[in-house]
Write a protein that binds this ligand. Structure first.
Ligand code: AMP
Length: 190
């Protein structure tokens, strides 16, 4: 099983590169952001709870997201692997993911971290907000999300560096070139 964690700040290109990886390696895609947005759209209790956090650019509490991820993971059987997009975002989420995979006799194969300068992240997210109308792609919320990334999410990189799983890749430039670098790294652990 190929379990890829795609990691990076909001706007670093995780979604774009995930789509390409899914196609190439025939993986299931789990994007916690997409799952939460679908819950919001359907007006579920989970969606209502998540909305307040998402609109403020804050993280949805760990226990909620971890429970949700476990359910989604259970629904993905008979797949060649999974790409985790936007999860884990905190150290406890990282620990929970390891425990969940271990229970299934699996492990995280690789963590691909897309590195993009902050000024470019802001530019990309503002542009995305104009095109997609995502309510959290406005300047104030973008700034909160970048702070949350720095303070709560990026410490996970140290953790994955220690375990030898981390592969950092410059996420600026041509999309195909970036994808080529990711493929090179993934093929080594496959
Ligand atoms: P994304 O689409 O990955 O940028 O996620 C959009 C928003 O959903 C984030 O700003 C968080 O509020 C929430 N979210 C997504 N994934 C997680 C997660 N793993 N933990 C906590 N909150 C999350």
């Amino acid at each position: 099983m190929l379990n890829i964690v795609i990691f990076g700040a909001p706007g670093s290109g995780k979604g774009t590169q995930s789509e390409k990886l899914i196609e190439k390696y025939n993986l299931a895609h789990i994007s916690t952001g997409d799952v939460l947005r679908a819950e919001m759209k359907n007006g579920t209790e989970l969606g209502k709870l998540a909305e307040g956090y998402i609109s403020q650019g804050q993280l949805v509490p760990d226990d909620v997201v971890i429970g949700m991820l476990a359910n989604v993971l259970d629904s993905k059987n008979d797949v060649a692997g999974v790409i985790f997009d936007g999860f884990p975002r905190t150290i406890p989420q990282g620990e929970a993911l390891e425990a969940m995979l271990k229970k299934r006799g699996q492990d995280v194969s690789i963590v691909v971290s897309l590195e993009v300068e902050e000024s470019e992240l802001i530019e990309r997210l503002i542009k995305r907000g104009q095109q997609s109308g995502r309510s959290d792609d406005n300047l104030e919320t973008i700034k909160s999300r970048l702070d949350v990334y720095k303070n709560q999410t990026s410490p996970l990189k140290e953790h994955y560096k220690t375990t030898g799983k981390l592969m950092t890749i410059k996420g600026q430039g041509d999309i195909e070139d970036i994808f080529g670098l990711i493929v090179e790294a993934v093929d080594k652990v496959k």
